[in-house]
Design a protein around this ligand. Structure first.
Ligand code: NAD
Length: 245
């Protein structure tokens, strides 16, 4: 018996990093997984790598038309959705004084509006007792330089988990946030400064290293499964102690 046998799951931003590692673990635990991403080629490569029980749907979380198309497909092919992992997010940084309107709009559109409408549009497909996991971040709880707008988006995401727990209480749908510390995903290797950032932040981690995408995926499996049946509205830090000391 696997932890997610027979479950239908959606993971946004499932072609890379934390989303991809979680898709692999969900399939390993018996789920059928829809993953989204913006690029068809990356989706096809990830689907091929995972092999079975996974389907890729091109969809930008900030585009409501894309989300409608995504949920219509899930409805048509599976008729329900037991687990939503709202994971897609971006992490551009800017110090106060250099923040542009575009920086603000892009971050809030993808990280906040994207999470909100992913979950709201998923709800009609979700049975009572379903599980929603939102990918937040330790940055919502600490004051890291240059992180102001990104951290504010993640504070909004953490807040959603509280409010939606109340909104959905009559349906016993659980809503939790997972808050990763510095996790070694492809995002950190897209620019040289980011690699330095991973090293810099990891030096502040009590466990002395960055986390892996698999370590977040295991926590998401826990929140998705019945193992966490009495946990809702919570924020699970998976951060090597970064924001705890
Ligand atoms: P990543 O860049 O490896 O993966 C991000 C994924 O999201 C990619 O598949 C990307 O295509 C997708 N994505 C981005 N914008 C999208 C959009 N508009 N529509 C659909 N898909 C979109 O990064 P990651 O590190 O795995 O990050 C995943 C999540 O984890 C993000 O929400 C991020 O904020 C959060 N997080 C990451 C870390 C870390 O250190 N890596 C720490 C805390 C939180």
């Amino acid at each position: 018996m696997n932890k997610l046998d027979g479950k239908i799951a959606l993971i946004t931003g499932g072609t890379s990093g934390i989303g991809k590692a979680t898709a692999e673990q969900f399939v390993h635990e018996g789920a059928y997984v829809f993953i989204t991403g913006r690029r068809d080629m990356a989706l096809a490569a990830t689907v091929k790598e995972i092999g079975s029980h996974v389907i890729g749907v091109q969809a930008d979380v900030s585009n409501l038309g894309d989300l409608d198309r995504l949920f219509a497909q899930i409805q048509r092919e599976k008729g329900k959705l037991d687990i939503v992992f709202a994971n897609a997010g971006i992490t551009p940084l800017a110090p106060l004084g250099k923040i542009t309107e575009e920086h603000y709009d892009t971050l809030f559109t993808i990280n906040v509006k994207g999470v909100l409408f992913t979950v709201q549009k998923a709800l009609p497909l979700m049975p009572d007792g379903a599980s929603i996991i939102l990918n937040a971040s330790v940055v919502a709880s600490v004051g890291l330089e240059e992180h102001s707008v990104y951290a504010a988006t993640k504070a909004a995401v953490r807040s959603f988990a509280r409010t939606w727990t109340t909104d959905l209480k009559d349906r016993h749908i659980r809503v939790n946030a997972v808050s990763p510390g510095p996790i070694d995903t492809p995002w950190w290797h897209t620019r040289a400064t980011d690699e330095q950032g991973l090293k810099r932040w990891s030096e502040r981690v009590p466990l002395g290293r960055p986390g892996t995408a698999n370590e977040i995926a295991k926590a998401v499996v826990f929140l998705a499964s019945d193992d966490s049946s009495y946990i809702t509205g919570a924020e699970l830090f998976v951060d090597g102690g970064f924001a705890q000391v």
